[in-house]
Design a binder for this molecule. Structure first.
Ligand code: COA
Length: 364
């Protein structure tokens, strides 16, 4: 089998109508609409409606009253466990047995609840076991405000704007690892909770959703050292990857990085200056070392700066990414249900030849 591609790079595994990352043009469109037209004009919950229902007048609902069972304060694992648990609590039907309308309803309920779980887990991590009263949370006008109120009991408008922009920019991006995981699970006919919790697990790794957690400490280290060029050289000489650079899809600038950088500037982030200096040093060094492969700033670099404006602690970054992706994952789970087929790729066996436990060569 000569067509084996490690990491399935370049392999077209599904056809989708949801998002189009424009690889060369450096833009990203949700259902044909450039994200630059969405950020600042529509709140995240309506972008959720665009992605899932192709309708900006549709929206992700508010979360229901539902008490998480056992939060640890580790948001990605809380989110994965609690999302899977909702399948049982809400008695969700299997995707191959329920209607498209029922699946859409399940995904709306789950998406909203997942945001509430992350907010509650973050609150536990802050040392509060008591929930914020419902009437306080209800004062929030957008999903981002309600998220902050559920977490901290207050919603600074700058923080809400930073989170809303981040969520919209990272709501969907084609067939990345977590979305593929969601589609694979959906393709077996499992319920929506199973598909979404699997996606959360896939997102928790540093090569996919976890990079912002490394970017802030990196910026602090560079600021303390005061010499971005030397920092980059030392890191690359030591064989390290610079978090927030490189992408499987984009060869031009990642448009999300551009929007997030502008937002960071608009909201007066104190980290922008050092981030820009490190970015310039990293781009030059990566270009020198990999002239064959454009390694540009990716979404996670300025995501980290924007999340810092909202005082999101770095360990919470993967769960914040999961909050954004509930839209994309839900849209893909529905698309998989409507058009998909069970995923069952092949593996090429390259292990030992047939052998016997007695040490003799097996005869067949
Ligand atoms: N810093 C330094 N070197 C990097 C790099 C980075 N951020 N990203 C890729 N490279 C180098 C690799 O070391 C490799 O070099 P080699 O051929 O000498 O071994 C080469 O570029 C190709 O790397 P590869 O892993 O094949 O590229 P990819 O396109 O498959 O990887 C990422 C994409 C995102 C996984 C990769 O760029 C990366 O690990 N980035 C850092 C983590 C990150 O920012 N993740 C968030 C993604 S949105």
């Amino acid at each position: 089998m000569s067509d084996f591609k490690a990491g399935l790079e370049g392999v077209v595994a599904v056809e989708t109508e949801i998002a189009e990352p424009d690889r060369e043009g450096g833009s990203l469109r949700y259902r044909g609409i450039d994200i630059e037209e969405l950020v600042g004009h529509y709140p995240y919950e309506r972008v959720w409606g665009l992605l899932v229902d192709d309708d900006l007048d549709s929206a992700m609902p508010d979360p229901e009253r539902s008490e998480p069972a056992a939060l640890t304060g580790n948001a990605p694992s809380d989110l994965q466990a609690e999302t899977a648990r909702l399948s049982g609590t809400w008695k969700l039907g299997k995707l191959n047995e329920i209607s498209d309308e029922q699946a859409r309803e399940d995904l709306g309920r789950l998406s909203a609840q997942m945001m509430a779980i992350v907010a509650r887990s973050a609150r536990v991590a802050d040392g509060h076991t008591d929930p914020v009263p419902d009437d306080v949370v209800a004062k929030g006008k957008t999903a981002a405000e309600k998220f902050l109120l559920r977490w901290r009991g207050e919603a600074d408008p700058k923080h809400a704007k930073a989170i809303d922009t981040y969520w919209i920019c990272t709501a969907e991006h084609g067939l990345n690892a977590s979305t593929f995981a969601a589609r694979i699970v959906a393709s077996t006919g499992a319920d929506c909770g199973a598909a979404l919790s699997s996606a959360v697990g896939a997102l928790s790794g540093p090569l996919h959703g976890g990079a912002p957690a490394y970017v802030k400490p990196m910026l602090e280290e560079v600021a303390a050292m005061g010499d971005p060029q030397r920092w980059v050289k030392d890191a690359l000489d030591a064989g390290k990857r610079i978090m927030g650079f490189g992408h499987r899809i984009y060869r031009a600038e990642d448009p999300r990085s551009r929007i997030l950088k502008e937002t960071a500037k608009d909201l007066g982030s104190p980290q922008v200056e050092i981030a820009e200096r490190l970015e310039a040093a990293a781009l030059t060094a990566l270009e020198e070392r990999h002239p064959e492969r454009p390694l540009r700033t990716n979404v996670e670099y300025y995501s980290a700066v924007v999340l810092d404006i909202a005082e999101i602690p770095p360990p919470l970054a993967p769960a914040m990414f999961a909050c954004s992706r509930v839209a994309g994952w839900s849209a893909h789970i529905l698309e998989q249900k409507r058009t998909g087929r069970l995923f069952r790729p092949n593996a090429r066996y390259v292990g030992p030849p047939p052998r016997s436990l007695n040490g003799d060569q097996a005869t067949s």
